[in-house]
Design a protein around this ligand. Structure first.
Ligand SMILES: [Zn+2]
Length: 89
């Protein structure tokens, strides 16, 4: 599913009503690796709502997650480049 930032905020607001649990930065980082590993950027599983919630309140962790995401996708890009080099030589 496609999730806009507005929908994300609405989702988090919804969850905030039902749960008082909020994760801190170290918990976020523990979960962030799993989040990046398991999910699509456009997909938000209910399990990771606490991760998303922290992203909205903590700019540093939000950036951290984007770095992780970039690392994951740059690995994929590298593979594509290797294929191209094989063709060239
Ligand atoms: Zn944080």
């Amino acid at each position: 599913m496609q999730v806009t930032r507005k929908e994300l905020i609405e989702l988090v607001e919804l969850v905030r009503v039902t749960t008082s649990e909020e994760i801190d930065c170290s918990q976020f980082l523990e979960r962030a690796a799993a989040y990046v590993d398991k999910t699509d950027p456009d997909e938000v599983p209910d399990d990771f709502v606490d991760v998303l919630q922290h992203m909205l309140v903590c700019k540093e962790c939000c950036e951290e997650l984007h770095v992780l995401r970039a690392l994951v996708s740059s690995r994929a890009d590298e593979c594509d480049e290797c294929d191209e080099h094989e063709h060239e030589h």
